[in-house]
Design a protein around this ligand. Structure first.
Ligand SMILES: Cc1cc2nc3c(=O)[nH]c(=O)nc-3n(C[C@H](O)[C@H](O)[C@H](O)COP(=O)(O)O)c2cc1C
Length: 365
């Protein structure tokens, strides 16, 4: 069965939920490791005080017994602790009593760059909150939890996935990235940036060129573009390749079938080639601004300014964690497609058999 993921949950609703299907039985999961990834997502120099309110923790409702997967759907829950302040405003059922707390007043000032306007037009909402709650990146928390599970599976296969910020506000050193964030906070601006995800220990042969939809480069790009605020994805040297000659664009093959370079980022024709996987994602500056952009009040049609809500200055470090989880999930899906198996033992046996078959030719150092 293919690895699948479905998520639900609003930003200030009671909880976020993920159901992961297609995991083999017998995979050991560690709550501490999942919680550590959830914490990494919340940290970062450009994050807002909301992250201090939320200290995310995973609960498992199904699919796991005594720390081992059962080969059945795995149900993950991350509660929104901030929901305590929104119990009337975000009540799933018609709320009791007079409006109170946060979210009680309808939002009518759509923020450019958010789902606010397109969402209310599409779904016919009067309160912009009905669009922004789900479109918010808050639910990346359960994607990170699911990615953490995927990383546990990949670790069994010897694959390690890591994401990191490589550029914030146009700066590329840690010090300059922090300084740019400080300055943006002072000036009440927001910033974007670039994250890089690498995966090492990836065997050749994950993904396929058989159909467009099988290509792992396409699947990674779609999955990363599906993350809020990601506006571009490149694999390997990506856009820079467009400006090079052929002799400086490809990766020559040495005996043992190793490559001298890794400009392709570990993917050729949509298939892993045994070199480290390298993908990057570009994030736009966050659209909720403390110096709000011009907008229109949907209730009156009058020109006004967009809603100001507590927001991050930049979330590039957080995106690095989300992108890591996203790449891990797609890689785990591709590995299960290639190797299959209802139990972890079946999966590992299939890996051994496959590596033995290709070992006559593929002998990395
Ligand atoms: C980890 C993460 C955190 C984010 N935090 C914020 C935030 O605090 N404020 C904000 O305006 N946008 C934030 N965003 C971006 C918005 O969710 C996103 O821009 C918006 O939903 C519109 O989607 P689009 O940019 O993909 O078109 C964040 C995105 C990510 C991935």
């Amino acid at each position: 069965m293919a690895l699948g993921l479905v998520t639900a949950g609003e930003s200030h609703g009671p909880a976020l939920v993920a159901i992961v299907t297609g995991l083999p039985a017998g995979l050991a999961l560690d709550k501490e490791m999942i919680d550590a990834d959830l914490r990494r997502r919340q940290q970062g120099y450009g994050r807002s005080p909301r992250q201090k309110l939320e200290s995310d923790e995973v609960e498992v409702l199904a699919g796991l017994r005594h720390g081992l997967t059962l080969g059945t759907p795995l149900a993950l829950v991350v509660r929104n602790r901030d929901h305590a302040n929104w119990t009337w405003g975000m009540s799933p059922w018609p709320p009791d009593g007079d409006p109170s707390g946060k979210g009680a007043k309808p939002v009518t000032l759509p923020r450019p760059g958010h789902a606010d306007l397109a969402g209310v037009l599409k779904f016919g909402h009067d309160d912009v909150r009905n669009a922004l709650e789900r479109a918010s990146a808050r639910h990346t928390a359960v994607h990170v939890a699911a990615g953490s599970v995927a990383k546990a599976l990949l670790r069994e296969l010897g694959i390690v996935v890591e994401g990191r910020p490589v550029e914030i506000g146009g700066e590329t050193t840690d010090e300059a990235m922090r300084a740019a964030t400080d300055e943006a906070r002072k000036e009440r601006h927001t910033l974007g940036g670039v994250v890089e995800v690498t995966a090492t220990g990836v065997m050749p042969g994950l993904g396929s060129y058989a159909e467009k939809s099988d290509r792992l480069d396409g699947r990674l790009a779609a999955a990363l573009m599906g993350v809020q605020a990601v506006k571009g994805v490149e694999v390997g040297d990506g856009f820079a390749l467009a400006r090079r000659r052929g002799t400086e664009a490809h990766d020559e093959i040495d005996p043992g079938l190793e490559r001298r370079t890794n400009r392709a980022g570990g993917l050729e024709a949509g298939i892993t080639n045994g070199e480290p996987l390298v993908v990057r994602a570009a994030m736009k500056p966050l659209p909720t601004l403390m110096r709000p952009l011009d907008s229109v009040d949907l209730a009156t049609g009058e020109a006004t300014q967009a809603l100001v809500e507590r927001s991050d200055v930049q979330a590039v470090e957080a995106l690095a964690v989300v992108a890591e989880a996203t790449v891990a999930f797609e890689l785990a899906r591709a590995a299960l497609e290639k190797l299959g198996g209802d139990s972890l033992d079946d999966l590992l046996a299939a890996k051994r058999h496959y590596l033995e078959r290709i070992s006559a030719r593929w002998r990395p150092r």
